[in-house]
Design a protein around this ligand. Structure first.
Ligand SMILES: *Cc1c(COP(=O)(O)O)cnc(C)c1O
Length: 475
């Protein structure tokens, strides 16, 4: 036990991983077993005695396999879930082997340098300000928490209130405006930061889920003086819609003139949509992005880095660091120009060295490869929309501006369309060719198709379209 046979256990693990990855293109995409079946195989009291490492991984892999969904498959279109690029997956394995606690610079300069380089590459790819600070977190949810903590603290500091010292009780009001179509994680981040629902002004969105600039203007005009936080979005989780950033920026220029430069903050939820900025053809559609104060995005979605990997980016490094920094006598502080302790930029203390996989993904693709990945996913989304939309009784509900497609199915036998659409979703999962997930849009049940995987081909789309149409009209 104390002298492990790495060759044996990691050799076996490589075999198991290769078998999984080799089967990935053809295994049924959705999990074949549910909670009860998997539980029945795995549950039991804590074992009294140990087991060989090789046997542990072999038996674990066999037991869990039926309950795994092939989220890395080129025909997985559920929620918004990327796959794992080979270099990113490999770097993630090494991250576990190296097992660095990537909180501080002193013991692990390599983890910190790689995060620093990856941060620079992200700013360059996404055309964000070169001075922006970056925190590597678990996902967009925690990226929101990180950015919005910096926002809250800086906005209240602008009116003389120090949240770090005095908390929120008795603080001056903070005006928070969020789109009606915002992702659920924005509200949850605000809640975690002590900003409850009743403090949030919900600004209406249009039929595509785009923040209405007219309504934002009206809402801002009705607000009293005071610090103001606006949360906008690039890439609605259902439609992929992009908020009208140039109009939002213009309104916020006026608000800044009224309440003070430092008393307005624009945060962007760009969990996947921010990656549109990495494509020269899509970049004009996200013009104005760089004028925001913070951005939250994911590497585990469109960049196809393995879970979990989110990114918080902030145009106010001082505010970012002040909101997150931690210091204790027993910890060495980062020294030297440019050096930094990652724990000062994220809500985590001990943390995984997430930069390695992000670095590897960007290095494998290069600037042109990232653009090609984003463009190809969007082209395949349009292919879905064209093929499905051409079939009588099938309606594409959204403008396909990015990688998201919403589809509703009319019941061919004249029954309830929503019930039929839900039945189509069920049958698609049972069929196993692909995975799509459901939602409601504009009061109608719909199928959501998200094309976010690096390996998806036109042939995958065509096979999936055929499966979806079989589910629509089973014979
Ligand atoms: C996925 C998503 C999130 C949440 O991201 P996580 O990485 O799951 O925390 C937030 N906003 C949008 C628009 C998303 O698509």
């Amino acid at each position: 036990m104390l002298t492990p046979d790495w060759e044996l256990v990691l050799g076996r693990t490589t075999e198991l991983a290769l078998r999984y990855l080799d089967d990935l293109p053809e295994r049924p995409v959705f999990a074949r077993a549910g909670w009860d079946a998997v539980h029945a195989v795995l549950d039991g009291p804590v074992p009294d005695d140990g087991t060989d490492a090789e046997r542990v991984v072999t038996e674990l892999a066999a037991a869990v396999d039926p309950g795994l969904t092939a989220m890395g498959s080129g025909r997985f279109f559920g929620w918004v879930i990327g796959g794992a690029l080979p270099a990113a997956l490999a770097a993630d394995w090494l991250t576990a082997a190296w097992d660095q606690n990537a909180a501080m610079l002193a013991p692990t300069p390599s983890a910190m340098v790689v995060e620093d380089v990856a941060a620079r590459w992200l700013r360059e790819l996404l055309a964000l300000p070169s001075h922006a600070s970056v925190g590597f977190v678990t996902g967009c949810q925690l990226a929101h928490v990180t950015c919005l903590a910096a926002a809250r603290d800086r906005l209240l500091a602008a009116v003389g209130w120090d949240v770090a010292t005095d908390g929120l009780a008795g603080s001056p009001p903070l005006h928070v405006l969020v789109s009606a179509a915002a992702h659920v994680t924005v509200g949850r981040a605000l809640r975690l930061l002590g900003i409850g629902r009743s403090a949030v002004h919900v600004v209406p969105a249009d039929g595509q889920g785009r923040l209405s600039a007219t309504d934002l203007e009206r809402a801002l005009a009705a607000l009293p003086e005071g610090p103001t936080l606006v949360c906008a979005q690039v890439g609605n989780v259902n439609t992929g819609a992009i908020d009208p950033l140039p109009a939002v920026n213009e309104l916020l220029v006026r608000r800044r003139a009224r309440v003070g430069e430092d008393a307005v903050w624009l945060h962007i939820d760009g969990a996947f949509g921010l990656w549109a900025a990495a494509s020269p053809s899509l970049r004009p559609g996200v013009a104005g992005l760089d004028a925001a104060d913070s951005w939250a995005t994911d590497a585990h979605k469109w960049l196809n880095v393995p879970y979990d990997s989110g990114i918080a980016i902030c145009a106010h490094p001082d505010a970012h660091r002040r909101a997150m920094a931690a210091h204790a006598e027993y910890l060495p502080d980062a020294v030297g120009d440019g050096g930094r302790d990652a724990m000062d930029w994220t809500p985590e203390f001990s943390r995984r060295a997430r930069g390695f996989a992000v670095y590897a993904a960007i290095r494998q693709l290069g600037r042109s490869g990232v653009a090609e990945l984003v463009d190809r996913c969007c082209a395949n989304a349009r292919r879905f929309a064209e093929r499905l939309g051409a079939v009588p009784g099938v309606t594409v509900l959204n403008e396909v501006v990015l990688n998201q497609v919403l589809v509703a199915f009319a019941d061919p036998s004249g029954g309830d369309d929503d019930a039929h659409t839900r039945a189509v979703l069920e049958r698609v999962l049972d069929d196993g060719t692909c995975v799509t997930t459901g939602s409601t849009w504009d009061g109608r049940a719909c199928m959501r198709i998200s094309v976010s995987n690096w390996s998806t081909t036109e042939a995958d789309v065509d096979r999936s379209v055929a499966a979806i149409l079989r589910a629509h009209r089973p014979d």
